[in-house]
Design a protein around this ligand. Sequence first.
Ligand SMILES: Cc1cc2nc3c(=O)[nH]c(=O)nc-3n(C[C@H](O)[C@H](O)[C@H](O)COP(=O)(O)OP(=O)(O)OC[C@H]3O[C@@H](n4cnc5c(N)ncnc54)[C@H](O)[C@@H]3O)c2cc1C
Ligand code: FES
Ligand code: FES
Length: 509
Amino acid sequence: MRSEIRFLLNGEEQSVKAINPDTTLLNWLRLIKMLTGTKEGCGEGDCGACTVVVADLNQSGQLIYKAVNACILFLPMLDGLSITTVEALRRSDGALHPVQAAIVEGHGAQCGFCTPGFVMSLYAGYENSMADNRHNIQQILSGNLCRCTGYGALIDAGLSAARHCPSASEHEADLSRRKIEYEYLQRAQDDKAMLSIETSEQAFYAPRELSELASLTRKYPDATFLAGATDIGLWVTKQHRQINRFIYLGRVNALKTISRTDDRVTVGAAVTHAEAMAALATDFEGLAEVWQRFGSAQVRYSGTVAGNIANGSPIGDMSPCFLALGAELTLNHAGKRRQLALDAFFISYGKQDRKQGEFIEAIRLPRLGSKEAVHAYKISKRFDQDISAVLMAVWIRRDGQLISDIRIGFGGMAATPARAYRLEQVLKGHDVEQPLPDAAVSALAEDFQPISDMRASSAYRLLVAENLLRKMLIEVSQDNGVKRLYPSSLPPAPDVPKAITMTMIEAGE
Ligand SMILES: Cc1cc2nc3c(=O)[nH]c(=O)nc-3n(C[C@H](O)[C@H](O)[C@H](O)COP(=O)(O)OP(=O)(O)OC[C@H]3O[C@@H](n4cnc5c(N)ncnc54)[C@H](O)[C@@H]3O)c2cc1C
Ligand code: FES
Ligand code: FES
């Protein structure tokens, strides 16, 4: 057990004691370390002004760089990781980093408030060798807002930085920094001591093993489970709530895995959207659009898939997708497990079938058979970084042109994410070459009476859902029943970060 938080900041080891565990990384950087290059804009993960880069090891033990929003990360969540802020990018000879130089040369800044955030997002892309095409850069910058410059110059700056050919001394410096980070992260992985912070008002525990997690949940059944903090961070920064006791799931290795059998993929509770999106792209091709449009790069690097289910939000994006897939949850209560169909998990608005002290350990997704496909559509006002007004996901099994089985999950249509049972019955046996039957439209209206709110009116939601069904039938009929054609209006799915191995560092690559 250890009570001080340890991490690497700009290459220097830090040990932080006696701090409230809900101190955000942003406040600590700006108010304690006086590193004011990292800016505060919205304080809720939306604008990217606070972007810093965190280096971590992936499940294969390879180095990976993640752009994250410092405003909604709590300091103890950084334990064992390596953080880089904009202050550390300048080279030892005073030269700017290639992404900084490219922004200056390409006139990518005016007032400059957003600039450190853009620099850091591009830096993560540069380190992950992802920033070499326009589409990837748009994805990398999906969580950064600029009010004055215009994105063209910033995207061009990213492309120009990717073309930069490092000098021998730059290359040497990059290799040596990566080696320091790598070795630190490996040492931190090997340190199995549980972080345990207890102040007079708050407590934070970061167990490393499932057994430690089980005993914590037995001892503190009323503790708040914390995963990526992309919801909980806002409870603190926007609602000024005080969480008395956190149990952080992000350091339990057993929860960070994605495993496969012949018939199922199992996603652990600490798997982030970025990890799931990269690992499951070929298993569930039809979910690519939803994952690509989930929040922003920063939100996907921090937020977990399980957190998106656990919060029970009626407008959460993954729940309708997983309802359509027929997912099951593994729930764990002080070490005792039970399986529950996701469908049965959502009881009513804000109420899920989860006991106090019980957590989602994993999500089990049936793999697609040869005649099965999944299709998902997100309707929101913006392409990136927006919550859905309506999300429809469809799992379909075909027998030639006929729909032999179908499950349809909706978000934004009811008080919880929900299946469209009546609609499913009508569409079973439907010929996909034929138009949507009137009976399906009536069934949809019986299944759902959506509310009107600031995102959409009730009538709009019903109409858009009806139109999505038509769109889905057209796509399915052109699809030979197996895989979804990626719609031509959407760019291809972005590349995944290229992880760095110790062998690559030692070989000077
Ligand atoms: C800028 C921004 C954009 C966003 N965009 C989207 C979007 O496009 N679509 C969307 O659906 N959501 C979006 N979100 C919401 C959020 O990112 C997701 O809901 C995310 O998946 C939550 O996961 P987390 O790991 O961050 O959860 P946390 O914030 O850590 O926790 C969320 C809730 O789940 C509980 N919890 C977490 N893990 C578990 C577990 N394993 N077992 C039991 N309880 C658990 C926590 O106690 C808490 O109640 C956005 C958020 C932000 C800030
Ligand atoms: S301050 Fe806007 S995302 Fe952090
Ligand atoms: S340069 Fe002013 S907000 Fe981007």
